[in-house]
Design a binder for this molecule. Structure first.
Ligand SMILES: Cc1ncc(COP(=O)(O)O)c(C=O)c1O
Length: 368
């Protein structure tokens, strides 16, 4: 009955499949020790400063938060060197993708994405009844010239995640600059930099906020506290854009979209530069250890600028995923992207990665 009752565009929206939760594997398979490397969380946990603050302020949870997260916005504006009116805080950056689609996409409008770009762009856009135009990738990287070329009179938004989830690849400053100079200013260019802290070590990674200062008022930059700050569970992300655009998003934002503890924890985590450095250094070091081993075992690994690896295997990804579950390791198969021979594996602590390698060697029949 509801099939005919729901809005017709819902038929185009496939559900998002998050990483399988640890508790579910423990319940289903009766395995006590489970390592989850499926959601690109921070293997070091949350920023310890943020955790201390949450503990101290947990009793304040009965109070409504301030709706627009003013203190966090101010702290971010100072941190990023932008005016506070250009910052909006979301319930994770996922909410900000939704708000952008709600604010700008009418049925029939077009959103340009890349074929294996972060799937939430297409899902949110389809929910608005927009047409999603998928542009092929080149060597698992966004082909930004082709994406610019796919813009039509109906295009409202062009989405780029860099580094991209699930491929881990990024686009250079030159490529992003070309994109911004090519796309008409009436089209929003959304640059999702959820993995910014991992990628910024690359000398050719763009300084997107500087691009914005150079009069690209159609640029929206999004980042999150879910990765390098380790706060995925409290759900805080942010976007920086032109003041007027932020005002439109603010109009449709839920009145209390970010929790009290989320706002405060993010503000504190922002000051925890030492934790971010440690988190990034760990991922860099562990990636270098993992690459050669996985390659030796016949897996194709795409160089990653993020905190996860994009891995191609001869065996079906779903099968590797299932067999790893029995070894107590959760990774992410990528069938929802139509990638049946790929897996996304988050980089863990040295101990977690050893457990992963031991389990994977069993599944692949290789020696570890
Ligand atoms: C590219 C990208 N963008 C956005 C998000 C959403 O992050 P959050 O909603 O936790 O801020 C993710 C999460 O994995 C991501 O990979």
């Amino acid at each position: 009955m509801f099939e005919t009752l729901v809005r017709s565009c819902l038929h185009q929206v496939s559900p998002y499949h998050p990483g399988k939760p640890i508790g579910e594997v423990q319940r289903e398979l009766g395995i006590k020790k489970v390592v989850k490397l499926a959601s690109n969380e921070n293997p070091l946990g949350a920023s310890p400063r943020a955790v201390r603050l949450i503990r101290r302020l947990a009793a304040s949870s009965f109070i409504y938060p301030e709706g627009a997260s003013p203190l966090l916005r101010q702290a971010l504006a100072k941190h990023l060197g932008v005016d506070v009116s250009r910052v909006i805080i979301g319930n994770g950056s996922d909410e900000l993708i939704r708000l952008l689609c709600e604010a700008f996409l009418d049925p029939g409008d077009e959103a340009v994405v890349s074929r294996f770009g972060f799937i939430r762009f297409a899902q949110h856009a389809r929910l608005m009844g927009a047409k999603v135009v998928e542009v092929p990738m080149e060597h698992w990287r966004h082909d930004l010239s082709a994406m610019a070329g796919a813009v039509t009179a109906k295009t409202k938004i062009l989405f780029v995640a860099s580094p991209n989830n699930p491929t881990g690849t990024y686009n250079t400053a030159q490529e992003v600059g070309m994109l911004l100079n090519t796309v008409p200013s009436r089209v929003l260019v959304v640059l999702d930099e959820a993995y910014y802290h991992y990628a910024r070590l690359r000398p050719d990674y763009p300084e997107s906020l500087k691009e914005m200062a150079q009069a690209h008022s159609n640029l929206v930059v999004m980042r999150t506290f879910s990765k390098a700050y380790g706060l995925a569970g409290v759900r805080v992300g942010y976007a920086v854009a032109a003041t007027e655009l932020i005002q439109w998003l603010d109009r449709i934002r839920m009145p209390f979209n970010v929790s009290l503890l989320g706002q405060l924890a993010a503000e504190e985590a922002l000051q925890d530069a030492a934790f971010v450095r440690r988190s990034v250094a760990l991922v860099e070091k562990e990636k270098e250890k993992l690459y050669p081993i996985l390659q030796k075992w016949g897996l194709k690994v795409t160089p990653s600028a993020a905190n996860f690896l994009f891995v191609e295997s001869r065996i079906l990804g779903k099968e590797v995923f299932q067999r790893l579950l029995y070894e107590g390791v959760i990774v992410r198969p990528l069938d929802e992207y139509g990638l049946h021979h790929h897996l996304r594996i988050s980089v863990g602590t040295p101990q977690q990665n050893r457990i992963l390698l031991r389990a994977l060697s069993k599944v692949l029949g290789t020696r570890f």
